[in-house]
Design a protein around this ligand. Structure first.
Ligand code: C2E
Ligand code: MG
Ligand code: MG
Length: 563
């Protein structure tokens, strides 16, 4: 650190003045250390040794002058007077120097004290920097660096003792959505709440670290069996599932956990963390809200998925996606009431790839957002084209995934597409699963209301397979229930499924909702549904999903389908 240069304030050149070297800070500090009781003022009042030496030298000269005065000639006397005057002058100058030096010494002492304070401040700043380098600012948990360090130590320990350890990578499901919809301040408080519950769920000897975003890494340095790690994972899932009271919200969150074990899933820090991340990835893909141990073949599957993800990106650019349309039949009149747009990937080598093979990957990677926009635009253009070609007024149904639904630009994008294509909002229907709706009930309600206000229709897809509470049916502005095909497929053979289908139809009627059955494959299915007063049916019995051109003639003549 630069200090002001005191030399600039030193006394003018003095031939008689002994050379006073500026005391170094070090020596002053050493002096200070010796005289521990000395305060700043006390030091100022002391006469530095070097000044005492000055004075002694000056008074000796005076004495010599006086003695010689008595024996010298007139010239000498004059000379001596001049000398005496000179000496007095020098004495005055010396005193001035003395004062100046005292001041300098005081200044230096002050500097030394400041140095002490500065050193302390520096140490504090350094400690804080060290803390920042190894701890997460938001949660004060160890960060990525520190947990890696601890993990490598734990690996050494486990190696030496022939013991096991477990690494968990935990990620908040759809954390981005919470941040986007409720704001980062709420997101931050939620992370702190999660950190707190994690601390309470594990042993003090275990390390919990935050990696960034909604991701945490946990290190269990001593684990006897894989089951022990599983028990901790269950405990953590349960602890985090309880509502988090943040601000005015009761946030219900889920997390996914990937677990790797030493030595079977990796012998070093990097491999163990990567294995746990791979397991996490699988946990996310297979429904979230659970834990998953690493398995060896996951790595090759993960590589395969990465390859699919890369080619999906290219598919979008090269326009390899196509939409097929499956009619929905009005069971009372037998006419086409609408169609559902279903995406396919026309792969240059693999041929037609079905959505089950790529939609989940598109959802995980976020690619579903541009893909979904493409689907929406393409479907609306097709609906408009059929209408312009003189087809019957039909509804175009488009499937909507969670990520799309929670995208902040979702409504804006739909409005832009409707404006661009000229399709009337009531001709568009969104199919949403119960899972999509229940992810965030508060924001779902407002999004659904906004969509309804625009005039867009809303249907619950795969009804009966998701959320067990029906209260949301009153809460949300829904128009249609779409009975899941699993019930429909079994209803003519299983009385239980028949009861469920009948109950859903009746419930829809009493709630004044439309009802449609998907997966109608046989004449019996069709007849059963018609007898139960189900409004619409959709399935292979009527038509498989097909390219638009194949459907165009059927649209125009108003084809009738019967049981
Ligand atoms: P979903 O929306 O429930 O669509 C119904 C699925 O059942 C479709 O499969 C359809 O081809 C199939 N299906 C229709 N009738 C029958 C039948 O009688 N029997 C049987 N066994 N199956 C029938 P697909 O086209 O493979 O789509 C699967 C899922 O992929 C869809 O389920 C939907 O969740 C998703 N999906 C399709 N297209 C899109 C899209 O554009 N965007 C999004 N986000 N998801 C899509
Ligand atoms: Mg659907
Ligand atoms: Mg469905």
């Amino acid at each position: 650190m630069n200090r002001p240069d005191n030399d600039g304030a030193s006394a003018p050149d003095e031939p008689t003045q002994p050379k006073v070297s500026k005391p170094s800070n070090d020596s002053l500090q050493a002096d200070l250390a010796k005289e521990s009781a000395s305060t700043k003022d006390a030091v100022i009042d002391q006469e530095p040794a070097v000044l005492k030496h000055e004075r002694v030298t000056a008074s000796r000269e005076d004495t010599v002058l006086q003695r010689e005065d008595t024996v010298t000639s007139r010239e000498d006397t004059v000379q001596m007077r001049e000398d005496t005057a000179d000496a007095r002058e020098k004495s005055v100058e010396l005193r001035e120097v003395s004062v100046q030096l005292r001041e300098k010494a005081a200044a230096l002492t002050e500097m030394t004290l400041e140095d002490h304070q500065l050193a302390e401040q520096l140490q504090t700043a350094k400690d804080q920097l060290d803390h920042l380098a190894y701890y997460d600012r938001l949660t004060d948990l160890p960060n990525r660096l520190l947990v890696q360090d601890r993990l490598s130590q734990a690996i050494e320990g486990a190696h030496a003792q022939n013991a096991r350890l477990a690494v968990m990578v935990l990620d908040l499901d759809r954390f981005k959505h919470i941040n986007d919809s409720l704001g980062h301040a709420v997101g931050d408080l939620l992370l702190q709440s999660v950190a707190h519950r994690l601390i309470e769920s594990v042993r003090p000897s275990d390390t919990i670290s935050r990696q960034g975003g909604g991701e945490f890494v946990l290190l269990f340095a001593t684990i006897e069996q894989a089951e022990e790690a599983a028990r901790y994972a269950q405990k953590i899932l349960a602890a985090l599932a309880l509502p988090h009271r943040i601000d005015r919200y009761d946030l219900h969150i889920t997390v996914s956990i990937g677990i790797s074990l030493y030595p079977e899933d990796g012998l070093d820090t990097e491999t163990l963390i990567r294995s746990a991340e791979t397991a996490l990835y699988v946990a996310k893909r297979t429904g979230r809200n659970h834990y998953q141990f690493f398995e060896q073949d996951m790595t090759s599957r993960a590589i395969q998925r990465q390859a699919i993800e890369a080619s999906l990106r290219r598919a979008l650019e090269r326009q390899e996606f196509v939409l097929h349309y499956q009619p929905k039949i009005n069971l009372h009149t037998g006419t086409i009431a609408g169609v559902e747009a279903l995406i396919r990937w026309q792969h240059p080598k693999q041929g037609l790839v079905m959505p089950a093979q790529f939609v989940p990957i598109a959802e995980d990677s976020g690619l579903i957002l541009p893909i979904g926009r493409w689907v929406m635009r393409e479907a609306c253009l097709q609906a408009r084209a059929w209408r312009e070609a003189g087809g019957l007024p039909i509804t175009m149904a488009v499937n909507t995934s969670t990520l799309e639904f929670s995208d902040k630009d979702f409504i804006k994008n739909i409005q832009a597409i409707l404006a661009e294509t000229g399709l009337k909002p009531p001709c568009l229907e969104l199919e949403l699963t119960e899972t999509v709706l229940m992810q965030n009930t508060e924001s779902s309600e407002s999004v659904l209301q906004a969509l309804t206000d625009i005039g867009i229709k809303l249907a619950i897809d795969d009804f009966g397979t998701g959320y067990s509470s029906l209260s949301y049916l009153q809460q949300f502005p829904i128009h249609t229930l779409k009975i899941d095909q699993a019930f429909v497929r079994r209803m003519t053979g299983s009385p239980d499924d028949a009861t469920i289908v009948t109950a859903v139809i009746n419930m829809a009627k009493s709630l004044k909702l439309g009802v449609i059955a998907e997966g109608v494959e046989t004449r019996e299915h069709c007849a059963f549904l018609r007898d139960q007063q189900c409004d619409e049916g959709q399935g292979y019995y009527f038509s498989r999903p097909t390219a638009a051109e194949a459907l165009t003639p059927l649209m125009n003549v108003g084809t009738k389908y019967g049981c």
